[in-house]
Design a protein around this ligand. Structure first.
Ligand SMILES: Nc1ncnc2c1ncn2[C@@H]1O[C@H](COP(=O)(O)OP(=O)(O)O)[C@@H](O)[C@H]1O
Ligand SMILES: [Mg+2]
Length: 323
């Protein structure tokens, strides 16, 4: 593992990140609260949690992809190679987006200009980012044939466009890929093909991956570590082997029970997602948790160190507590 300037090996270190949106009707929306997470170079990290828990907000924060009018406040630090992304100037942000970190969006049709042929869009990216690889090589790496450049985005399937987003990311020379539910809009076969492609790229191109999905099975297949979010907080963060065998947070446990398995009744999580415009002072999972006690109402538990979990009922901690 390579070491960064602080000697930790982390390519990305998020410290106490909080994001509050400003909404016309709801007022302040506390989408991300006090999240600390680090990602090592070459690591594939899964980001899990139900819709609205803050997964996309996390990725958008890393690339500062916010519209100024939607944001009330962003605090904390996001260190990329030791530099705080939240403090970067516009020229520094452009450098970051050109060759540092690239995003793969959930809806591939929105990622391309509909009236420009694919070849020209790819060539422009190659030229803009000074990529030394040629278009046909990038297309081949991503499993696309040589006729693609002559086509318009509407001529391609969702799976082909998703492959093309990866070719674009390679053309930009990205070291970190942020993939926001890249397979959610695809059919099951294309979904599996894209997962195989991502796996190949992470291994062969030595990329670091943050893979967002509400589907824990995909995270288990693709990543080595998973971070589980609930109501804008990081509730559990552990290597996949450990997390799937021994989930310590009741929410993670409930999510794992929702994975369909032959011969086993499908789990459900009763209740509703928390209202992030009026967050409770205690654990956000309180009202849906069968282990919840008085302690959980008062405050959010601190994060434990080794198998990271924020739950008062997760048993004794062998190591000291940290935020
Ligand atoms: N532009 C915005 N303005 C106000 N609230 C927002 C905005 N974008 C997202 N949210 C809210 O922030 C929370 C987290 O959203 P998001 O990060 O998109 O969740 P996820 O990707 O996990 O579904 C949700 O409650 C969502 O409604
Ligand atoms: Mg999302």
């Amino acid at each position: 593992m390579k070491k960064n300037s602080s000697g930790s090996g982390a390519i990305l270190e998020i410290k106490n990140l909080s994001v509050v949106y400003r909404h016309r009707v709801m007022g302040r929306v506390y989408a991300m609260s006090d999240v600390s997470l680090s990602v090592n170079e070459g690591e594939a990290l899964g980001i899990a949690g139900e819709s609205g828990c803050g997964k996309s907000t996390l990725l958008k924060s890393i690339l500062r992809l916010f519209n100024p009018w939607e944001i009330d406040s962003v605090s904390g630090e996001i260190l990329y190679d030791g530099c705080d992304i939240l403090k970067m100037t516009p020229p520094e942000l452009r450098v970051l987006r050109r060759g540092g970190i690239s995003m793969i969006f959930q809806h591939p049709y929105a990622a391309f200009n509909p009236v420009i042929k694919i070849g020209r869009q790819l060539d422009e990216t190659i030229r803009l980012y000074g990529c030394r690889r040629e278009a046909h090589e990038l297309l081949e790496t991503c499993g696309l044939d040589e006729r693609i450049p002559e086509m318009f985005p509407h001529n391609l399937s969702g799976g082909q466009l998703q492959r093309l987003q990866f070719a674009m990311a390679l053309a930009s020379g990205a070291r970190i890929l942020l993939a926001d539910e890249p397979t959610t809009s695809l059919d099951a076969i294309s979904q599996f093909e894209i997962l195989k492609l991502i796996k190949k790229l992470v291994e062969k191109e030595s990329l670091t991956l943050l893979f967002v999905s509400h589907n824990l099975s995909l995270i288990k297949y693709l990543t080595s570590r998973a971070a589980v979010f609930y109501g804008g907080i990081l509730v559990e963060d552990a290597p996949c082997g450990e997390l799937f065998k021994n989930p310590l947070h009741p929410y993670t446990d409930a999510l794992i029970r929702c994975i369909p398995r032959p011969g086993r009744e499908l789990g459900v999580i009763p209740g509703d997602s928390p209202d992030l415009s009026a967050p409770a002072s205690g654990c956000p999972f309180y009202s849906r948790c069968s282990y919840a006690g008085e302690l959980c109402l008062g405050k959010v538990p601190l994060m434990r160190t080794y198998h990271k979990v924020r739950c008062f009922n997760a048993g004794p901690d062998e190591v000291s507590e940290q935020r």
